[in-house]
Ligand binder design. Structure first.
Ligand SMILES: NC(=O)c1ccc[n+]([C@@H]2O[C@H](COP(=O)([O-])OP(=O)(O)OC[C@H]3O[C@@H](n4cnc5c(N)ncnc54)[C@H](OP(=O)(O)O)[C@@H]3O)[C@@H](O)[C@H]2O)c1
Length: 322
């Protein structure tokens, strides 16, 4: 039985991964600051995300470590939140690197969360792992420091991958899809701002499959864009969402209105107005096949509650199903 450890695995992406690997008969351990949530997938092991402790034993002889720790970025970026967003990513990443260094049999591969928001605001140029241009500002600074923390230690026995993930579309409560669907159902699902900004996205099923793919493909190393190959403009995304939900119209949200709404909802317009044009060059070069390359199909599958196709591999004979 292969061992997988997921740090910060109690949230949206961690639980999607834990369920997937548990179904594949992996032994899944979750490092969490709160072990009281009994209904979660995976064996919960306590840690504080910043200091070495008995939890390091869970990493011994693991095949893979995935670190997803990070305070949600869906908040106002005032000084206290900025500090928490940064520290909640850097401290767990650093202490995991320290733990790996001290192990007798360290994990063969360590995949660490990162973000496609690292790339600059781009309306017309796709950003891949080699040619993509790095942006500037608070969120980009966090992404740079986060990725630097992944690579700053000498770990010769562990392959490292930085998961530059775009917006993941799934059903988890408080994740972006249910929120957008609720807004669209109220007749408010029109374009955001000019609607010309690019939206990079990935269906939850493909996120999980791409992570599994990166664990198995030992040639994959360094930054990896986890995003569907066909990003779209925001007005197309919102139109596809309305279509998937059978909603004929959606009021647009112009920038000044969005600024007020963001303030009231204690969030930031950057999350919706930045043009994110990331593409998965490495995954495609390694012949990863997406179940959901196109946004209309991904949103239709979510709207109709289509079961996760990776649970029915006989219906989807793709070459790279791990
Ligand atoms: N969801 C997306 O669309 C998306 C896109 C790009 C990147 N990402 C990144 O992927 C990661 C996981 O995303 P998610 O949507 O699954 O997030 P989530 O549901 O908010 O889960 C985040 C996890 O981080 C842990 N955590 C939070 N603050 C921590 C701290 N100070 N120290 C240690 N652990 C801490 C929490 O674990 P405990 O409370 O159990 O300790 C929680 O399980 C995040 O880093 C996020 O930035 C997500």
């Amino acid at each position: 039985m292969k061992k997988l450890v997921i740090a910060g695995g109690t949230g949206f992406l961690g639980q999607a991964l834990a369920r997937h690997f548990a179904r594949k008969n992996w032994q899944v351990t979750i490092l969490t600051r709160d072990t009281r949530a009994a209904t979660l997938a995976g064996r919960l092991v306590p840690w504080d995300g910043r200091t070495i402790g008995p939890w390091t034993a869970a990493l011994e002889n693991a095949h893979a470590l995935i670190n997803l720790c990070g305070k949600s970025v869906n908040c106002r970026y005032h000084a206290r939140n900025r500090q928490a967003i940064l520290e909640s990513r850097i401290a767990p990443t650093r202490v995991l690197a320290q733990a790996i260094q001290e192990l007798e049999k360290p994990p063969a591969v360590w995949l660490n969360a990162a973000s496609a928001t690292l790339y600059r605001h781009s309306l017309d140029t796709p950003m891949d792992e080699t040619e993509g241009e790095i942006g500037h500002g608070f969120s980009v600074d966090v992404c740079r420091a986060w990725e630097a923390a992944i690579y700053e230690s000498q770990l010769p026995r562990t392959r490292r991958v930085a998961l530059r993930t775009s917006m993941v579309l799934g059903h988890a409560k408080n994740s972006v899809y249910p929120i957008l669907a609720r807004i669209a159902r109220c007749g408010m699902g029109g374009k955001l701002g000019t609607g010309q900004q690019m939206v990079s996205w990935i269906h939850e099923t493909d996120f999980v499959r791409a992570v599994a793919f990166a664990i198995e493909d030992s040639d994959l190393t360094g930054p990896l864009n986890l995003t569907a190959p066909a990003p779209v403009r925001n007005h197309v995304f919102m139109q596809s969402l309305r279509q998937a939900l059978g909603i004929p119209f959606g009021l647009p949200h112009f920038k000044p209105l969005l600024e007020i709404a963001a303030w009231l909802l204690r969030t930031e317009t950057e999350l919706t107005l930045k043009s994110r044009f990331a593409v998965p060059a490495k995954l495609l070069a390694h012949r990863f096949v997406f179940y959901y390359p196109f946004v209309d199909e991904a949103l239709a599958a979510l709207a109709s509650n289509t079961p996760d196709p990776s649970r029915f591999p006989e219906l989807h004979l793709l070459p790279n199903e791990p």
